[in-house]
Design a protein around this ligand. Structure first.
Ligand code: ATR
Length: 277
């Protein structure tokens, strides 16, 4: 437990509901590890109208933003970094005195997790499963990397809309086996605890060319989708990688200090295994 004094910097997370967020344990442990006088709190919040002025008047240094506010909060910010502006969603707020600035570290986290396994994303064929907020961030980030993107989504209209926006190909789930991707990124909540036996697509043919497969679901640590991919000989990236990298980037934006990435990863994994509380 941090010793609180007048210099303690205050950070936190806004969203609703917040009970499942792992950001508080990850950031508080990281502050403690690095000896930074800071605390990270839960701010369950249904209405966001007062968030920006509240941050300024209470000197809250930074906030994570999660479901359902990542898009709506953009209307209230003083500045938004360019990639977040394109994505039209932010997951990180920084209090720069007179200005509250929004960032999207999900995009950064996804690319960094992928680049640990494949140095070059340029011209790689990337199949993104899903077309929601997380898919959007990853799709725009991959576009910046000049990957060739295919969006597959259950709801045609939503998938087509995102595909059009980033000049990508759209595939309905029924045609997904036609794709021969180098990389697959699973962005839907399917397979998340407690529904750990579910997968978003059933065709194992998508693993034919042994693509690199990333799932953004991090609880369980290895989803059924990743297990299927592994069985077919694919290299896999569990969701905890992207989660930790997006958090590490937040940590660095907020504190200016290097994030203890391995320590943050160990913390999240230990927590998910029930080894720490
Ligand atoms: P997030 O911000 O976490 O990405 P979201 O914006 O609600 O969440 O998007 C969820 C994504 O998961 C969508 O692509 C959704 O597909 P639809 O557009 O068809 O709703 C997808 N999704 C959610 N549940 C799904 C399921 N049971 N099977 C397949 N796709 C699912």
């Amino acid at each position: 437990m941090v010793k609180i004094n007048p210099d303690t910097l205050v950070f936190g997370i806004i969203g609703y509901p917040l009970s499942h967020s792992l950001s508080p344990i990850m950031h508080n442990k990281a502050f403690e590890y690095k000896g930074i006088n800071a605390i990270y709190l839960y701010f369950p919040c249904k209405k966001i109208e007062g968030v920006v002025s509240g941050m300024k008047s209470l000197s809250i240094k930074g906030l994570s933003v999660t479901i359902p506010h990542k898009e709506k909060i953009c209307e209230y910010l003083d500045e938004i970094e360019p990639i977040a502006e394109k994505i039209k969603a932010v997951n990180t707020l920084v209090n720069k005195g007179d200005l509250i600035v929004g960032y999207n570290t999900d995009a950064y986290g996804a690319i960094r997790a992928l680049k640990d396994k494949t140095k070059e994303l340029k011209e790689k064929k990337a199949l993104i499963i899903g077309a929601g907020g997380a898919a959007r961030a990853i799709a725009f980030a991959l576009k910046e990397e000049k990957a060739y993107i295919i969006i597959a989504n259950r709801t045609k209209h939503r998938g087509e809309t995102l595909a059009k926006e980033i000049d990508a190909e759209f595939l309905p789930f029924s045609d997904i086996k036609k794709s021969e991707p180098d990389i697959i990124i699973q962005t839907t909540p399917v397979g998340m605890y407690p529904e750990v036996d579910k997968v978003p697509v059933f065709s194992e043919e998508i693993f034919r060319k042994r693509p690199l497969v990333m799932d953004i679901v991090y609880n369980p640590l290895e989803t059924k989708f990743l297990k299927m991919a592994k069985k077919k000989g694919c290299e896999v990236i569990p969701g905890v990688e992207m989660f930790v990298y997006q958090g590490a980037r937040q940590f660095e934006i907020w504190t200016g200090a290097e994030a203890p990435i391995q320590f943050m990863k160990d913390t999240v994994i230990s927590f998910l295994k029930g080894e720490i509380r």
